[in-house]
Design a protein around this ligand. Structure first.
Ligand code: CP
Ligand code: NVA
Length: 307
């Protein structure tokens, strides 16, 4: 694995290895032992065009616990594509640090960084995808259902956005079914659906406008904000369009009794998901957020540590 820009370029074999490493490192940590200093002497440069809590802290903490360092670059200071051409930024960083992670609006900026980089580039969220989140989400489902997720169903109720795209792709990699319930106009694009299906012939990927139908056979029910970063001007319109898609007691009552609830966070409580559900017994939202650390340790160990 050279870069981690999307799950498209990542094989099932690579993901299995990444999770083997992630679980080993997590077990060490939970046993109170320090992790091996796999990234001793290595530095990750992190840049954010959008806000972040989980991604920033989990990456920084992951690299510290693996014996390395992180530098947070100010977005305006770097001026990617404004002060300096991405090719020059990345050529310079390639000789100074050992990995780059970036959160951007346009996915093309990540491609531009990776194209000229001799060190790994990691997608910390773009308008197109959020593959690091999907790693933690799969790990959380593995915690619940075991490492073999084949035949399990993830029902995503909400916006067909960056998070939904990466989830669809990772479901394909793990032979899972993926059902997406969204209002008209907020589905996954047909080309994306075809692309995901083409990854695993025979994959069950359904789209519906009925959230109850979507969750009926779900092992996990997932939602994300209805208003992603950068869409704030559409807030009122989106809240109206999605108002029947809230994850609440009534919807969860239609899911199998073993189904868990996931949300990548940040959540608008009592908008796309009720507080009662986030704080309730079906929720795995906080272990899911903590798995960002563990899954990304696996990613960093593989990408930057050659494990
Ligand atoms: N889920 C997630 O990526 O959270 P942040 O935006 O806080 O990093
Ligand atoms: N879809 C959300 C995810 C936040 C982690 C966004 O892009 O803002």
């Amino acid at each position: 694995m050279q870069h981690f820009l999307s799950l498209d370029e990542t094989t099932r074999k690579q993901l299995d290895h990444l999770f083997d490493v992630a679980y080993k490192l997590r077990d060490q940590r939970l046993a109170g032992q320090p992790n091996e200093p796999i990234l001793a002497g290595k530095t990750l440069a992190m840049m954010f065009e959008k806000p972040s809590l989980r991604t920033r802290v989990s990456f920084h903490q992951a690299i510290i616990e693996l014996g390395g360092h992180a530098i947070r670059l100010g977005w305006e200071e770097v001026g990617l594509g404004k002060r300096e051409h991405p090719a020059d930024v990345t050529r310079v960083l390639s000789g100074l640090v050992h990995g780059i992670m970036a959160r951007v609006y346009e996915h093309q900026k990540l491609i531009d960084l990776a194209t000229h980089s001799t060190i790994p580039v990691i997608n910390a969220l773009s308008d197109e995808s959020h593959p690091c989140q999907a790693l933690a989400d799969v790990m959380t489902m593995m915690d619940e259902f075991g490492r073999d997720l084949s035949g399990r169903t993830l029902a995503y109720v909400g916006d067909g956005n960056n998070v939904a795209r990466s989830l669809g792709m990772i479901c394909a990699r793990f032979d899972m079914n993926f059902v997406l319930a969204s209002p008209q106009g907020y589905e996954l694009a047909p080309q994306m659906v075809e692309h995901i299906r083409s990854q695993t012939p025979g994959m069950k990927l359904d789209m519906t406008h009925d959230p109850v139908e979507a969750v009926r056979h779900a092992d996990a029910v997932y939602t994300d904000t209805w208003v992603s970063m950068g869409q704030e001007a559409e807030s009122a319109k989106r809240r109206e369009a999605f108002k029947d898609y809230q994850i609440n007691d009534q919807l969860i009552a239609a899911a199998p009794s073993h189904a868990i609830v996931l949300h990548c966070l940040p959540a608008y409580r009592d908008v796309e998901i009720t507080s009662a559900i986030i704080d309730g017994s079906r929720s795995r939202v906080f272990p899911q957020a903590h798995n960002r650390l563990h899954a990304q340790k696996g990613l960093l160990a593989v990408l930057m540590g050659g494990v």
